[in-house]
Design a protein around this ligand. Structure first.
Ligand SMILES: *[C@@H]1O[C@H](CO)[C@@H](O)[C@H](O)[C@H]1NC(C)=O
Ligand SMILES: *[C@@H]1O[C@H](CO)[C@@H](O)[C@H](O)[C@H]1NC(C)=O
Ligand SMILES: *[C@@H]1O[C@H](CO)[C@@H](O)[C@H](O)[C@H]1NC(C)=O
Ligand SMILES: *[C@@H]1O[C@H](CO)[C@@H](O)[C@H](O)[C@H]1NC(C)=O
Length: 787
C-alpha cells in the first residue's frame, strides 16, 4: 500500500511536471484471472497505461474475482509477469514499466455487495490521501452474462463515481441468445445504467482491417462512390473460417452454435461496415451508429432457403462425452453455416451478401471480398497486353482480416480498379509479398496495403473505451436490430438437419454451396441428408390383407420391395422424431439383398446418420466370406449410404482369432451392446425372413432356448450343422415393428404349409414371432403367395 502510494505520488509529480493532472481513472477488471483476461485484457490495460499515463491521467487497476485473495492473487500476478512491452523497449526499460504497472495493480475479491462498498470506500480514501480528483471508473465485466445483473446492481448501489466523473461499464458477448433474451438483458441493465455508460464489445470492431473499412471507404470515395452499389458489385463474401473444433467448449457451443457465436455479431458488424452509407463524420458516434442501424433495418427477412448448415462429424461424440449424454442423444447445433443476406435498399437490393463461418474447416482465415461485376470482354490475350493494364482480370477488393495464406491483415485492391490511398500513415504498401494466389489471382494483380504495426483487437477496444468512442461498440438499439433479423433464421435452422462433415481437408466439396433462386443450396448432394419423402412413387398399389392374424402387404416383388423401403423410411423418420434415433435389425439370406439395393439407391431422404444397424443373425464365418451376413450388408448397403460407423453393430462372431467359441462370450457381448444402445432392448424395426423349414432369424425348429429361453442372443446350429449367432425370439418380440419378408415361388410351399398348420413355435419357429408392444407385418410377393 505504501509503495503503491509512493508510485502514485511519483506519477502525480511527474504528471504535474509534464501536464496538469487530469484526474484519476480506476479500472476494475472483473474476471481478472479468466481466459480472456489472461490472453488479451491485461495486455490491453498495460498498453493503455503505457500510452496514456504520461498524458495526464493517473491510474489504478483492480483485478476482481469471486475467489478470496489468497487463492487468486498469485494467479493474477503470474499473468501480469508475462505482459509484453512495446517492441522497441530495452529489457531494463521493460522491467521498469512492468514494475510500475504491477504496483498500480492489485487483486480484490468482488463477490458480495459489501466488497463493492469497500472498493468504493478505498478509491475515495485514496483520492483524499493523494489529493487527486476522480476522472472516471471503468468496469470491465469479463464474466458470464448471468452474473451481469448482480454486478450491475452492486456497481449502481455503491460503486458509482462521484458526479463529474464518468462511469463506463464494458460487457462481453454473448448479449443474449435471441431477440427476447437480448431485450431482457438490455432492460435489466437499463435499470442501473444509462445507455451511454454501456460499452458492449465486439472484438471484431477492434481488428485492424475491420476498423479500417470505413476510413478506407471515405478516403477513396472518389473511386468508390460510383461503384460501391448494386450496379457494379456482383456479390460480397464475409467469411470466417476456423480449423479448430469446439472440443472442451461444447457446453457453451451446444447453447449457441455458429450463428449466435460469430455470425449474428462479428460478421454482421462487418456487413454493416461494408454496406452502410458513409456518415458525414466518421468520429461522430451517433452518425456512425445511425448509418449502421439503417442497414440492419433494411435486411430482408430470411426464409428457409436463406442458409445451409453443417455439423462436423465428431461434434456429436464430443457433446455426448462432455455433457454426459446418453448414446441416443442427438443435436442439431450448427458448427457451420452459410447465410445469404439481402439488403432491401436503394444501394444494395438484389446483391447477395454471403456470410459464412464454421469450425473444423480446412484453413483458418477471415476476410471480406467485394467482387465487382465483369462486363468487359477482352479480345486481346493477356500476354499481348501492355503490362500493368489488366482490365480483363476479375476486379475485387479484399479486406483480409487475418491468418490465411497471406498471414497478415491487409487490404487488397485489384490493379484494374484504382490505386488506393490511406487516411493515416498507419498503413503502408506491403513489401515482400509471398508468392501465393488469392482467389485464383497472383498477388501481383493487387495493390496491397498492411498496417505498419500489427496490434491485437483488445488493445484497440480498450483504448476506444478509454477515449469514449461509442461508435466502436454495440448499442442496445443496434443489437436488437441485429437479433430481430437473426432470430427468425435461427428458428428455421434449429429445426433443420445440419449436413455432417468430416472436418479439415476431408470436407472436400461437401460444404460448397450455390446461390439458386434467391436462396442457398449445397453444391453436391449428400447421402446423409434428410430431405423428406417428397418424391414417393407408388405406381402399383399393394394389396393389404391379413395372414395368420397379422397384416400382410402383397405385390410383385419389385413393388413390394419399394413398399417395404418406404415403410422403413417412414418408421425411421417417426423414430428419429420421437427418440432421435432409429434402431434397425437386419437379417441375412438372399431375400433382403434386393431391399438393400433399393435402400442404397434411393437413400437421400433417409435419416441414415441417426440410424443404428444391427444384425438379426450371423454365420460363424470370417467377414470376407460370401456367406457372411454382415459382409453382404456391407457390400450391398453400407458402401453406398453414410451411416456413421459407430452406429453399425456387426455381431461379434470373430473373437480372439476364432469363430463363435462359446467361451469367448460373443453372444453376451452383443446382448450388452444392445441393452446399452437400444432403449428397453426394443428395436424400432426388425426385418426377418422365413426358411423353408419354418425357421426365422437363426432359430431353427426345436431350438428351445432360442424360442422360449432367457438368453437375448445365442449361438445356434442349423440342421446342416453350420454355426450361427442369432437374436432370440424373446428379444425380437420386444420390437416395435417386425417385418417378415418372403419373396419368390420357392417359398410358396412353406407359406401354404404354415397357413394350415397349428401354431406351434417349437415345430415352426416363425409362430413364435409375436412382438408384444409392436406389430408384425408380412411382406409377401405374389409368387410366394400364389406361385
Ligand atoms: C468480501 O465480502 C465478504 C462477505 O461480505 C467478506 O467475508 C470478505 O472478506 C470480503 N472480501 C474482501 C477482500 O474484502
Ligand atoms: C441505483 O442506485 C441508486 C442510488 O443508490 C438507487 O436509488 C436506485 O434504486 C438504484 N437502482 C436500482 C434499480 O436498484
Ligand atoms: C468530426 O467529429 C470530431 C469529433 O466530434 C471533430 O473533432 C471533427 O472536427 C469532425 N470532423 C469534421 C470533418 O467535421
Ligand atoms: C421402456 O419401458 C418403459 C415401461 O414400459 C417405458 O415407460 C419407457 O418409455 C420405455 N423406454 C424406451 C426408451 O422405450
Amino acid at each position: 500500500m505504501l509503495l503503491k502510494s509512493l508510485v502514485l505520488l511519483l506519477l502525480g509529480y511527474i504528471s504535474v511536471l509534464c501536464t496538469e493532472n487530469k484526474g484519476h481513472v480506476s479500472v476494475v477488471l472483473l474476471g481478472a484471472t479468466g481466459n480472456l483476461a489472461k490472453k488479451y485484457l491485461w495486455q490491453g490495460l498495460f498498453n493503455l497505461y503505457l500510452n496514456e499515463a504520461s498524458k495526464g491521467h493517473s491510474f489504478s487497476f483492480h483485478g476482481g474475482g469471486l475467489l478470496p485473495p489468497e487463492k487468486a492473487e498469485n494467479l493474477m500476478f503470474d499473468i501480469l509477469k508475462l505482459l509484453n512491452c512495446p517492441g522497441d523497449s530495452t529489457p531494463d526499460r521493460c522491467a521498469l514499466l512492468k514494475d510500475q504497472f504491477l504496483k498500480l495493480s492489485h487483486y480484490r475479491q468482488m463477490a458480495t455487495a459489501e466488497n463493492y462498498t469497500s472498493l468504493d470506500r478505498e478509491i475515495k480514501n485514496t483520492m483524499i490521501e493523494e489529493g487527486l480528483n476522480e476522472a472516471g471508473r471503468l468496469f470491465y465485466l469479463s464474466v458470464p452474462p448471468f452474473a451481469y445483473t448482480d454486478i450491475a446492481r452492486n456497481i449502481n448501489a455503491t460503486c458509482r463515481p462521484p458526479s463529474g466523473a464518468w462511469l463506463r461499464v464494458v460487457l462481453e458477448k454473448p448479449f443474449g441468445h435471441d431477440y427476447a433474451s437480448a431485450k431482457q438483458l438490455a432492460s435489466d441493465l437499463k435499470m442501473f445504467f444509462q445507455e451511454e455508460d454501456i460499452y458492449r464489445t465486439d472484438h471484431y470492431l477492434g481488428k485492424q482491417t475491420v476498423e479500417q473499412i470505413l476510413p478506407f471507404r471515405r478516403k477513396n470515395r472518389k473511386h468508390l462512390d460510383p461503384i460501391w452499389n448494386r450496379g457494379y458489385v456482383e456479390r460480397v463474401e464475409i467469411v470466417l473460417k476456423e480449423t479448430d473444433d469446439v472440443k472442451e467448449r461444447t457446453s457453451f457451443y451446444e447453447e449457441y452454435g455458429v450463428i449466435r457465436d460469430v455470425i449474428q455479431n462479428h460478421l454482421t458488424e462487418v456487413l454493416t461496415s461494408v454496406a452502410m452509407e458513409i456518415p458525414l463524420n466518421n468520429s461522430q458516434s451517433f452518425d456512425v451508429l445511425r448509418a449502421k442501424l439503417d442497414v440492419l433495418d433494411s435486411l430482408r427477412r430470411p426464409d428457409h432457403n436463406s442458409a445451409v448448415i453443417g455439423q462436423y462429424q465428431s461434434y456429436l461424440t464430443q457433446v455426448r462425452e462432455e455433457l454426459e449424454k446418453k448414446p441416443n442423444f442427438f443435436t442439431n447445433t450448427q458448427t457451420f453455416a452459410g447465410v445469404l443476406v439481402q439488403i432491401d435498399n436503394m444501394g444494395w437490393e438484389g446483391i447477395p451478401f454471403i456470410l459464412t463461418s464454421g469450425k473444423a474447416l480446412d484453413e483458418r482465415t477471415a476476410y471480406v471480398r467485394v467482387l465487382f461485376k465483369d462486363n468487359t470482354f477482352c479480345l486481346q490475350k493477356e500476354a499481348n497486353r501492355e503490362p500493368g493494364k489488366t482490365p480483363c482480370k476479375p476486379k475485387q477488393i479484399i479486406f483480409h482480416i487475418g491468418h490465411g495464406e497471406l498471414g497478415f491483415p491487409a487490404i487488397l485492391v485489384s490493379r484494374g480498379l484504382f490505386k488506393p490511398s490511406f487516411p493515416s500513415n498507419q498503413w503502408e504498401e506491403a513489401k515482400d509479398i509471398p508468392p501465393i494466389h488469392m482467389f485464383g489471382q497472383p498477388l501481383s494483380d493487387f495493390y496491397i496495403y498492411r498496417p505498419v504495426q500489427e496490434r491485437d483487437a483488445y488493445s484497440s477496444l480498450i483504448a476506444n473505451i478509454y477515449s469514449g468512442k461509442k461508435h466502436m461498440f454495440v448499442t442496445t438499439e443496434n443489437l436488437l436490430a441485429s437479433w430481430k433479423f437473426w432470430t427468425p433464421l435461427l428458428g428455421i435452422v434449429d429445426e433443420g438437419s445440419p449436413r455432417v462433415y468430416p472436418g479439415g481437408l476431408e470436407n472436400g466439396q461437401l460444404l460448397d454451396f450455390l446461390i439458386v433462386d434467391g436462396g442457398l443450396k449445397f453444391a453436391v448432394d449428400d447421402p446423409l441428408e434428410v430431405i423428406g419423402m417428397g418424391q414417393k412413387t407408388n405406381r402399383f398399389a399393394s394389396i393389404h390383407s391379413t395372414f395368420l392374424g397379422n397384416s400382410m402387404v402383397s405385390n410383385w416383388a419389385e413393388q413390394l420391395i419399394e413398399k417395404l423401403a418406404q415403410d422403413i423410411q417412414q418408421l425411421a423418420e417417426d423414430s428419429v422424431k420421437r427418440s432421435g434415433v432409429f434402431h434397425l435389425a437386419l437379417s441375412g439370406g438372399s431375400s433382403p439383398l434386393a431391399l438393400f439395393q433399393r435402400l442404397s439407391k434411393h437413400h437421400y431422404g433417409f435419416p441414415w446418420k441417426h440410424t443404428h444397424l444391427w444384425l438379426v443373425d450371423e454365420r460363424c464365418v470370417p467377414i470376407a466370406d460370401p456367406e457372411s451376413n454382415f459382409g453382404n450388408i456391407e457390400t450391398h448397403l453400407l458402401q453406398h449410404v453414410r451411416v456413421p460407423y459407430i452406429n453399425i453393430h456387426p455381431m461379434p462372431v470373430n473373437r480372439n482369432q476364432r469363430l463363435c467359441a462359446k467361451e469367448d462370450l460373443g453372444n453376451e457381448l452383443y446382448a450388452q451392446e444392445i441393452s446399452a444402445f437400444v432403449g428397453n432392448s426394443s428395436f424400432d424395426m426388425v426385418i426377418l425372413g422365413l426358411g423353408n423349414d419354418g425357421h426365422t432369424a437363426s432359430i431353427f425348429p426345436g431350438a428351445e432356448d432360442g424360442i422360449k429361453g432367457d438368453k437375448p442372443v445365442l449361438f445356434t446350429e442349423s440342421p446342416a450343422k453350420t454355426q450361427r449367432m442369432s437374436l432370440s425370439l424373446s428379444l425380437i418380440n420386444k420390437a416395435r415393428y417386425v417385418a417378415v419378408l418372403v419373396l419368390g415361388r420357392g417359398k410358396h410351399d412353406i407359406i401354404t404349409l404354415i397357413s394350415r398348420a397349428e401354431s406351434n413355435p417349437k415345430k415352426w419357429p416363425i409362430f413364435g414371432v409375436k412382438p408384444i408392444p409392436g406389430k408384425l407385418v408380412w411382406y409377401m410377393d405374389y409368387e410366394a403367395l400364389l406361385k
